[in-house]
Design a binder for this molecule. Structure first.
Ligand SMILES: [Zn+2]
Length: 316
């Protein structure tokens, strides 16, 4: 089946108290790991591409890899989404290039400017049957080209969300409630905290409207340990506790973004083989293990965090 938009996925996720995983793709092994897990668990899924991924693998390779995944997994709905579109031009390029969803991230601009830029993308996208995610508030951390210092990060102001959604016509909204990009989300000893009060306030003001959580990797210590034991150096990598993410998935949060956890899983697999078998030089031998770990981590997310297992038929 062809790519779908996220409209029906979000409607069902909202009603059913689960969330759709949005997993970042950068190469064949990651696409395969994610979609094999989703296919076996009958879960709807969003594959998302950042500007950094387009620079690394190029638009054509990525979209063709996703097309191959559609052929291999005909029974699950898959949306293809641009993660953190920085301006109208990149959003237009992805809309014209076959994506079914784009994010315009103008959150670092002033409120009215954010609205103006977002509105322009929404107009262009909706005319072509593509949906749009925008952001209010700013997450700390580093993800590809998006870098925000902790002191510049800001929570979403709930009193701005209705006006923003009304004036932009956007289809979903990413909010900042304490998640952050990257593998070092909290300092050692710091108690991880998400502002569920802000999420509650936002969802009261936007009934039935899908909310998106960025920077929501758990930084699974299982994979950090493998990396550490095999020559890596990722001490103090800390993520969002999974019970908090599960709580968010039961609420108005319909899309949870996961990137760092995939990077860690792939790296753990590759390191494990290379560190233990310095004589090996066939890329298939270490990438195969990396791909399996990506698949394992995605399966774990679907069943334990997102709650989207078995939901493919209702989202088709
Ligand atoms: Zn993000």
């Amino acid at each position: 089946m062809p790519l779908v938009t996220t409209t029906n996925m979000f409607k069902k996720a909202y009603e059913g108290g689960y969330a759709i995983g949005a997993f970042n793709v950068n190469n064949m092994e990651i696409v395969q790991g994610i979609t094999e897990a989703a296919g076996e668990l009958n879960s709807p899924i969003i594959l998302q591409v950042s500007a950094g991924a387009r620079k690394y693998a190029n638009h054509t390779y990525l979209t063709k890899l996703v097309e191959a995944a559609l052929v291999e997994n005909p029974n699950i709905p898959i949306a293809l989404h641009l993660d953190h579109g920085a301006d109208f031009e990149i959003c237009k390029s992805c809309i014209d290039g076959g994506f079914t969803s784009v994010m315009i991230d103008a959150s670092h601009h002033a409120f009215d400017e954010n609205i103006e830029i977002t509105r322009k993308v929404v107009d262009y996208a909706h005319e072509r049957g593509v949906v749009v995610e925008a952001e209010l508030g700013q997450l700390a951390g580093v993800e590809d080209d998006v870098k925000v210092a902790a002191e510049d990060a800001s929570y979403t102001h709930p009193d701005e969300v209705e006006e923003f959604v009304d004036r932009t016509g956007v289809d979903s909204l990413a909010i900042a409630i304490g998640t952050s990009h990257g593998a070092f989300k909290f300092k050692p000893g710091q108690k991880p905290m998400l502002r569920f009060d802000i999420l509650d306030e936002v969802s009261k003001r936007l009934p039935n409207f899908p909310i998106v959580l960025h920077g929501a990797s758990s930084v699974s210590q299982e994979y950090v340990k493998i990396i550490q034991a095999n020559g890596g150096n990722l001490a103090d990598a800390i993520g969002i506790p999974e019970d908090m993410l599960r709580q968010a998935a039961r609420s108005a949060v319909c899309k949870i973004n996961i990137d760092s956890d995939l990077r860690l899983a792939l790296t753990a697999g590759v390191r494990e083989v290379m560190w233990n078998h310095p004589e090996k030089f066939d890329p298939r031998e270490y990438l195969k293990v990396g791909r399996q770990y990506v698949k394992d981590v995605v399966a774990h997310k679907i069943t334990t965090v997102l709650g989207s297992e078995g939901k493919a038929p209702e989202c088709l």
